[in-house]
Design a binder for this molecule. Structure first.
Ligand SMILES: NC(=O)c1ccc[n+]([C@@H]2O[C@H](COP(=O)([O-])OP(=O)(O)OC[C@H]3O[C@@H](n4cnc5c(N)ncnc54)[C@H](OP(=O)(O)O)[C@@H]3O)[C@@H](O)[C@H]2O)c1
Length: 308
């Protein structure tokens, strides 16, 4: 085991993370040491680095999720499923040492074994976006035979919401997207003025000033689940208009929403079996800044993954 390894470190909110040599962590009680294979780079990470999302103050290593190989078990860790050499997914929760590092020590309970056949870069990146898409459909109350609209439908959460809605047996899936060629067959593309028939609910990953207009695509009494704001953080509603469209605005907060572990594990199995797919944009440490800029400006084509 090396004494030191590379980690991307943030010393002040708003500054770009920079590679540094740091000591390889020692797994404490109940922890597992991972040699990271890949780490996701998502909007949540950008918010943490910018200081706009809750996180402990710098210095820290960003990175919410990733995949790595178990290299050592701390005291008290049962090695069932977490044997040395196993590939696992890890989700860190606001701790000082996130996944943008060659080595990460994480609590055993934060790890899930990666099923055979799942590409490590996809395993690193698919978890939080898949559970967010699943949770959004739960919040939307989508049932078999129902209809759903999804904005940002070629994005990570949007594309998975589309796939999961079809798995749930939605009769209609309507997409708002700037990249319609990426949509699965059978998905209806919303015209600018909205779809011909209203949908029962909307999963909105885009936000921004067009959100009020999109509510007209939802039937009165329906819901719009607010997942993200890639097109803008501010929205202005005319209250009379909101009352006339009569659509409930339902925010999704994945820090509070509990997804059963068996659902999260089942979603990973779906990726491994090819029932779900996620486009990735795999980059190295030297091309990370450009990928972050693609993500920030809405030009990313696939979830950005940092590969070590
Ligand atoms: N609430 C939660 O707990 C939670 C959990 C996960 C993610 N999120 C949030 O959900 C949002 C989406 O995440 P993601 O990982 O899916 O992001 P992503 O992969 O970057 O996808 C975002 C999509 O939004 C659309 N888009 C981007 N910029 C746009 C613009 N200026 N105007 C119109 N559409 C634009 C694009 O879709 P098209 O190319 O299809 O148009 C893009 O692919 C982010 O804000 C993220 O922070 C929230």
């Amino acid at each position: 085991m090396p004494q030191t390894a590379t980690a991307l470190r943030v010393h002040a909110f708003g500054e770009a993370p920079r590679p540094e040599q740091v000591p390889v962590p020692h797994p404490g009680e109940g922890e597992v040491l991972l040699r990271m294979v890949a780490a996701a780079v998502g909007h949540h990470d950008l918010g943490v680095v910018a200081g706009t999302l809750p996180h402990q103050p710098p210095p820290f290593t960003p990175g919410l999720e990733g995949a790595g190989v178990v290299v050592a078990l701390g005291e008290g860790v049962d090695d069932g499923g977490l044997a040395v050499g196993a590939l696992v997914r890890v989700v860190t929760r606001g701790q000082a040492n996130g996944t943008w590092a060659e080595y990460v020590a994480a609590p055993a309970r934060a790890l899930v074994p990666v099923p055979a056949g799942l590409e490590p870069t996809v395993a690193a990146a698919c978890g939080t976006v898949a559970v967010a898409a699943w949770a959004a459909l739960e919040r939307a109350g989508l049932e078999a035979g129902g209809s759903i609209g999804v904005t940002g439908a070629s994005g990570a959460v949007g594309s998975l919401a589309v796939q999961l809605a079809r798995q749930r047996g939605a009769a209609r899936v309507v997409a708002w997207t700037r990249s319609r060629e990426a949509l699965p067959e059978g998905v209806e593309v919303a015209a600018d003025e909205g779809p011909a028939e209203p949908v029962d609910a909307l999963v909105d990953t885009v936000g921004g000033e067009l959100l009020p207009r999109r509510l007209h695509a939802v039937r009165p009494g329906g819901r719009a689940v607010l997942v993200g704001y890639t097109a803008g953080e501010r929205v202005c509603f005319e209250l009379p208009e909101l009352m006339v469209v009569d659509v409930s605005l339902v925010p999704l907060n994945m820090m509070r929403f509990r997804v059963p572990r068996e659902v999260a594990v089942g979603l990973l199995d779906d990726f491994a079996a090819g029932r779900l797919a996620l486009a990735t944009d795999v980059v190295g440490i030297d091309t990370l800044d450009a990928a972050v800029e693609r993500l920030r400006s809405g030009r990313a084509t696939g979830r950005v993954v940092l590969r070590w």
